[in-house]
Write a protein that binds this ligand. Structure first.
Ligand code: PFF
Length: 479
């Protein structure tokens, strides 16, 4: 047997996991959700979830990857066999792969919007434009399937190219160049925001904690966002963990990932809201915050076109370092299981995701509101995909927490974690009890949105999940 593939340096896993974590979730979703949910209180809940649920699951997911040294699907097969647990836990690997397809399919389309805006900014075509014109230009982009498809294709090809070159030449080299560059760009945009915008207003919006501002929906959205931003529950971290050096500390690495990811979301938030408030605009614009509100601010600021262009390059780069972590788990599986060459495995994965991405592309034009095809169980195809993600990520996280917390032996966990007893017990308590309870809350958020045909579908998934967990538990008790 060939020796397992390992990242070149002890710290590369940290770099790769931060690359996966920092993406559209930090730069696009976090600011707009914070804006919609009243600022500080949202951030408080988000940070608490990251600390109490995110970090323990991050440790668990990395541990599963490193303990198996295989792709998530094969890794779960190996772990269930070597630990004599129920085969049903393999669902973790399969669900993760399924989620990777779905997320990449729409992630790529949205990242494509940033390509369009980079062009718009650098060409200067938005300089001095008024709010109505900028709003219309976003509408025009969404109305054009041709444009959306072109950007979607470019983005997914770039992601595939990097993963196709292998974990050392492609992923590692790419990350080593892109991550520092992205960080420098973020600092430039932040500096600009502080000078040209209203940083005082941004700080008080982000750091005034008034829990009464937060609705139940806001609480649950904050928790859902903490899963998305840490790339949890779907095998991306497990796949990268498989290449992690045995010497690196799981706990310290997981805390560092969560810290850097949160810091970057906050820095992006400060930059974006400084510019938005400085131009007298509103925070609660929803998903259009980055693609309409922010360009309106850039349009009237000095050298706004230049910094705006640089900012959208940051968005594209951060999205690529995340999307490659969505391609890797499936590509690695195809290589391991069917002996395909890496380029062929990657081509298969991205071709399928590209096709699935058509659903998102057409959701904004041919199948937009008012057309018959718009209505898929009461929502647009894009909304359905996002909705499935909202279910799969917490569910995956829950299963990972339960598997690592209950099914793996204490010795196995301690061997990987090599930590002291107090910390181990603290981690175990969090993955056994706190994380599952928190995930139940995230589901609460999703449930009221369920209507029509989705009830039976989601009900069955939950029933199967509950049945599987129950059976597994009983089997373990018996053995
Ligand atoms: N964490 C990424 C972001 O915040 O944009 C999104 C993501 C990447 C989710 C990879 C899941 C994943 F496996």
């Amino acid at each position: 047997m060939s020796s397992p593939k390992i990242w070149t340096h002890k710290g590369t896993f940290l770099l790769a996991a931060v690359g996966s974590a920092v993406g559209l979730g930090n730069l696009w979703r976090f600011p707009y959700l914070t804006g919609e949910n009243g600022g500080g209180a949202f951030i408080l809940v988000y940070a608490l979830t990251i600390a109490l649920v995110g970090i323990p699951i991050l440790i668990a997911e990395t541990l599963l990857g490193r303990a198996s040294r295989k792709s998530p699907i094969m890794g779960m097969q190996y772990l269930t066999e070597s630990h004599n647990t129920s085969r049903n836990w393999r669902a973790i690997g399969w669900m993760g792969a399924f989620a990777a397809f779905i997320i990449l399919s729409f992630y790529s389309v949205i990242a494509g919007w940033a390509i369009h805006y980079t062009g718009l900014m650098f060409s200067g075509s938005l300089v001095g434009a008024d709010a109505a014109t900028i709003g219309e230009s976003f509408g025009d982009l969404l109305a054009s399937p041709g444009l959306l498809l072109t950007y979607h294709t470019l983005f997914i090809l770039a992601s595939g190219l990097i993963v196709g070159m292998g974990i050392h030449k492609g992923i590692e080299n790419g990350l080593r160049f892109m991550m520092p560059a992205l960080f420098v760009i973020l600092l430039i945009v932040l500096g600009y925001g502080v000078v040209a915008g209203d940083v005082g207003a941004a700080m008080s919006f982000l750091f005034t904690f008034n829990l009464a501002d937060l609705s139940l929906e806001g609480w649950l959205q904050a928790m859902g966002q903490s899963f998305f931003t840490l790339s949890l529950g779907m095998g991306a971290i497990m796949a990268y963990g498989a290449y992690m050096s045995s010497e690196a500390s799981l706990t310290r690495t997981a805390i560092s990932i969560a810290f850097v990811d949160t810091a970057i979301a906050l820095l992006a938030g400060i930059a974006i809201f400084s510019l938005v408030f400085g131009s007298g605009l509103e925070a609660g614009q929803g998903p259009g915050l980055m693609f309409v509100t922010l360009p309106i601010a850039f349009a009237e600021l000095p050298a706004g076109w230049l910094i705006g262009g640089v900012f959208f390059i940051l968005v594209i780069g951060a999205a690529i370092t995340s999307s490659i972590s969505l391609v890797e788990p499936v590509a690695a599986y195809l290589v391991e299981r069917f002996g395909l060459s890496r380029p062929i495995a990657v081509t298969l994965m991205i071709t399928f995701c590209w096709l699935l991405g058509l659903l998102t592309v057409f959701s904004f034009n041919y199948w937009s509101e008012g057309t018959i095809t718009h209505d898929w169980f009461g929502r647009s195809p894009f909304d359905v995909l996002e909705f499935i993600t909202n279910i799969l990520m917490p569910l995956g996280g829950l299963l990972i927490a339960l598997f690592a917390g209950w099914a793996l032996s204490r010795e196995e966990v301690l061997r990987e974690m090599s930590t002291n007893d107090t910390w181990f017990q603290c981690w175990q308590f969090l993955v056994r009890f706190v994380a599952p309870t928190a995930v139940a809350f995230v589901f609460l958020r999703t449930m009221p949105q369920i209507d029509g045909y989705l009830i039976p579908a989601v009900g069955s998934v939950l029933l199967i999940g509950a049945f599987t967990a129950g059976r597994t538990f009983i089997q373990q008790r018996q053995s």
